[in-house]
Design a protein. Structure first.
Length: 278
C-alpha cells in the first residue's frame, strides 16, 4: 500500500513538473534577453543623418576699421535690435566600422533686423549718426568636418576623441540707404580637437557629451588671435535601430582678432530633432 502511494506521489510530482515546463515554454520563447556582446539600439549603422531646430540665445559683438578710422564695438542686440530666433542644424555621420566615424555638420545662422541708431557707430570707415534708421544683417555659416575614433566601445556606450576643421564664414551688412551701405566679411578655417562620450542608461536611451575647441595664441601670428569652443550635451531615445529622437543643449563660443577687426559670437540654447540610420 505504501509503495502504491509513493508511486502515485511520484507520478503526480512528474505531472506538475511537466505542466510547469510546458507553461513556461511560451514565456521563455517570448523573452529573449539581449546578448551582452550585442551593441545597444542605435549603434549599428553605416550612415546616420540628423536634422533639428536649435533655439539659441545670441551674444554678438563686432568691430571693423576702415579709411583710417577705428571701428566701434557694436552690440548687435543693444545697438542694432537683433532678436533671438530658431536655427536649423543638419548633421551627417559615415561609419565604416563602429570605432571610426566621419562627420559633417552645417548650421546656417542669419539675423536680419532694423533699428534706429542710439549712439554714433563707425563701421568699416563709415559713420552712422544717432537717430539714423539702419537695416542690418549678420550671416554666419558654420561648417564642420570631423573624424572621430572611439577607443572604448562596449554594450553600455563609448568614449573617443575628435579632430576636426571648422570653416566659419561671417558676413555683416549695415544699410542706411541712400546715405550709406557697408559690409565686412571674415572667413577662417579653424582646427579643433576634443573628446566625446556616450552612456546608455537603458539599451535604447543614451546620454552623449562632446567638447571640442581651439585657441590661437596672440604671438603665433602677427596681429591675429582666435578661439573656438563647442559644447554639446544631448539625450537620444531610439525607437528602433533606424529611427530616434534627440533633445539637447549646445553652446558655441567663437572669437577673433584680425589686424584691426574683431568679433565675438556666442550662441547657446536647447535643441531637438530626429535621427535616421541605415
Amino acid at each position: 500500500m505504501k509503495q502504491h502511494r509513493s508511486a502515485i506521489r511520484a507520478y503526480a510530482s512528474c505531472s506538475v513538473a511537466l505542466a510547469l515546463v510546458w507553461a513556461a515554454a511560451p514565456v521563455q520563447a517570448q523573452f529573449r534577453p539581449r546578448p551582452t556582446s550585442e551593441p545597444p539600439t542605435g549603434e549599428e549603422y553605416h550612415i546616420e543623418g540628423a536634422a533639428g531646430f536649435w533655439f539659441p540665445s545670441a551674444t554678438i559683438f563686432a568691430a571693423s576699421e576702415g579709411l583710417g578710422q577705428t571701428g566701434t564695438t557694436i552690440d548687435f542686440k543693444t545697438d542694432l535690435g537683433l532678436q533671438d530666433r530658431k536655427m536649423v542644424d543638419l548633421r551627417l555621420v559615415l561609419s565604416p566600422s563602429r570605432r571610426h566615424k566621419f562627420r559633417f555638420e552645417f548650421i546656417p545662422i542669419k539675423y536680419t533686423q532694423s533699428a534706429t541708431v542710439r549712439k554714433r557707430i563707425v563701421f568699416n570707415g563709415i559713420g552712422y549718426d544717432i537717430g539714423l534708421p539702419v537695416r542690418s544683417e549678420l550671416e554666419w555659416r558654420a561648417f564642420r568636418y570631423a573624424y572621430e575614433f572611439d577607443f572604448i566601445t562596449n554594450n553600455r556606450g563609448f568614449a573617443g576623441f575628435v579632430v576636426e576643421a571648422k570653416y566659419t564664414d561671417v558676413r555683416i551688412l549695415l544699410d542706411a540707404s541712400p546715405l550709406a551701405t557697408e559690409f565686412a566679411r571674415a572667413r577662417a578655417q579653424i582646427p579643433a580637437i576634443g573628446g566625446i562620450g556616450r552612456f546608455y542608461v537603458v539599451p535604447n536611451i543614451s546620454i552623449t557629451g562632446e567638447l571640442t575647441g581651439f585657441k590661437l595664441p596672440k604671438d603665433l601670428v602677427k596681429n591675429t588671435s582666435a578661439h573656438y569652443v563647442d559644447f554639446d550635451l544631448y539625450g537620444t531615445l531610439n525607437f528602433t535601430n533606424n529611427i530616434g529622437a534627440q533633445l539637447g543643449y549646445r553652446s558655441l563660443d567663437v572669437g577673433f582678432i584680425a589686424d584691426t577687426d574683431n568679433g565675438a559670437f556666442k550662441e547657446k540654447g536647447i535643441y531637438f530633432g530626429v535621427v535616421a540610420r541605415y
